[in-house]
Ligand binder design. Structure first.
Ligand code: F6P
Length: 518
């Protein structure tokens, strides 16, 4: 990791600044297409199970070459290789970042005895977890599975279970409870019977206050409503098996500190997905991600999709000054994808210092946001087309539908194409309120079908593009100190809410606390 050179300290950075002034800031997509019949071919990229059209982005061949040069000069490739080798690149916690190992096949070639041992552990845990998933699937008495977890212990499995609904077994309802707000758990419990419910307490640390509070309440509800046999009705997914045992849960599936929370969907945290789509489906999901890992690991920079996307992210954030990216999945099953990507990118790259702790002189994580198409079109797309800010949009479309309702899918696909087209071409022939400036950039990710494998590839692609921009920015993308302060303060405030003690609080917090007690 120490061989990394922060992007702004490379020769290519200064050249990119010059390129931005010379051609970048006034780049016009319409002219670029008019001048180059090969633009679509040149700026699109096939990767395993995902095709990306990047041609509607404000980039030309010369800038792209400078971006590749930036990647070379900053040591991106050795940093990537360090991640795959299990080097502790999470330097503030001295941990490896090895989620790629979770999807490596059992017979994969390993580079060290440590890696071989870790891979063997991964597969014995995976086999046990998938065997358990199959047992639950074939247990007709269990009709409801409740995942209790938050952040990475919720967003990944929830997003994936929804996305792969077409592959899910019937007869099992999956519920996700994350918020400490009791309305969420109470509303879920109201639908359940202890005898037919399985609670999965998902927490890497097994200390997260929201999850512990929800798990305690679920256990109390279970016991006070005649539930018996905790071992059958509660399982824990955690790196902290001892804490789960102390809690009274004996059915446990472990993972390791080298799996970051937001990268844990591939570990035991994926159990809800494995129950939904079965062991074979889960293995396909891992295989799709592994195919993307291999692409990221071996494809040359110039044809490496995560690299191309991550470089584009940097170009937009640091040169064009775009501060957000809108995610537009044109598939209703991908409706939690924006929320999932928010944690992935903003918790990873929302950092203001580099890996050495030095303040950064440039912007990092953009704000990610979005809703499924076509719904977003009737809400905030007005701003995307005619607002004062330029927001690059990332469309995600799926060629084949899994329903047989005539007309819907062609109409959906027509809409996604039309939106991307409208953003770019604009409409100059009408003045004033009806003027569309156009030249608004977008990327277009295309899956042939939404399957366990293609979802795995899509998610791994996103993980790696976040790695690329984070690596170039010189930050540690794998810690999340920014979430700690609020946790500490909530611990201080909770007893004050009971006692009314406002001593030492700022005026606003004291005033609000008093109002909440009245
Ligand atoms: O508060 C942020 C965070 O630490 C996330 O990184 C993590 O995914 C989430 O909390 C949940 O943590 P755990 O799985 O340990 O309960």
């Amino acid at each position: 990791m120490m061989s990394r050179t922060r992007c702004d300290r490379t020769p290519a950075w200064a050249q990119l600044q010059a390129a931005y002034q010379a051609t970048g800031k006034d780049f016009d997509l319409r002219e670029a297409f008019a001048n180059d019949g090969q633009r679509f071919a040149q700026f699109s990229q096939a990767a395993p199970l995902v095709f990306a059209d990047l041609s509607k982005n404000r980039i030309d061949a010369a800038t792209q070459e400078l971006l590749f040069e930036l990647a070379r000069e900053s040591g991106l490739l050795s940093h990537r290789d360090a991640m795959f080798a299990g080097v502790p690149i999470n330097n503030t916690e001295q941990r490896a970042v090895w989620h790629t190992l979770l999807r490596a096949p059992a017979h994969a070639t390993t580079a060290s005895a440590d890696e071989a041992q870790a891979l063997a552990q991964v597969h014995s845990t995976l086999d046990a977890m998938l065997a358990y998933a199959e047992t639950v699937r074939s247990d007709a008495a269990i009709t409801d599975i409740v995942n209790i977890g938050i952040g990475g212990s919720d967003l990944g499995p929830q997003m994936a279970v929804l996305a792969l609904d077409a592959f899910a077994t019937s007869g099992k309802r999956l519920h996700f409870v994350s918020n400490v707000d009791g309305h969420e758990l109470a509303a879920t419990l109201a639908q359940l019977q202890p005898s037919s419910t399985l609670f999965l307490v998902a927490s890497k640390t097994f200390t997260t206050i929201e999850t512990m509070t929800n798990a305690q309440s679920a256990k109390r509800w279970f016991e006070s409503n005649g539930g018996a046999n905790i071992a059958r009705h509660f399982a824990a997914l955690t790196t902290n098996v001892a804490a789960a045992n102390d809690f009274g849960i004996t059915t446990t599936f472990g993972f390791w500190d080298w799996v970051g929370g937001r990268y844990s969907l591939w570990s035991a945290i994926g159990l809800p997905l494995a129950i939904a789509i079965g062991a074979a489906g889960f293995r396909e999901f891992l295989a799709g991600a592994h195919a993307m890992d291999q692409h990221f690991r071996t494809a040359p920079l110039e044809t490496n999709l995560p690299v191309r996307l991550g470089l584009l992210d940097l170009w937009y954030r640091n040169f064009h000054g775009f501060t957000s990216r809108s995610i537009a999945p044109y598939h209703s099953a991908l409706r939690r994808l924006p929320a999932y990507l928010q944690q992935l990118e903003m918790e990873s790259n929302g950092k203001r210092v580099d890996a050495t702790g030095a303040a950064l002189p440039f912007g990092t994580s953009p704000v990610l946001w979005g809703e499924p198409g076509t719904n977003g079109q009737h809400a905030y797309f007005q701003m995307l087309h005619q607002g004062t800010d330029v927001v690059p949009v990332e469309f995600v479309a799926v060629k084949k539908a899994r329903h047989s309702l005539d007309a819907h899918h062609p109409l959906l696909l027509a809409n996604v194409l039309a939106q991307a087209q409208a953003l770019m071409v604009g409409k100059a022939d009408a003045g004033g309120h009806k003027h569309f400036p156009g030249n608004r950039p977008s990327s277009f990710l295309l899956l042939d079908e939404l399957t366990p494998a293609s979802l795995g590839a899509l998610i791994a692609l996103q993980e790696h593009r976040v790695f690329v921009s984070g690596a170039l920015w010189g930050i540690n993308s794998f810690d999340q100190w920014g979430v700690e302060l609020g946790k500490v303060l909530a611990k201080d405030i909770a007893p004050r809410l009971a006692s009314g003690d406002t001593q030492g609080l700022d005026g606003s917090t004291a005033g609000l606390l008093a109002m909440l007690r009245n």
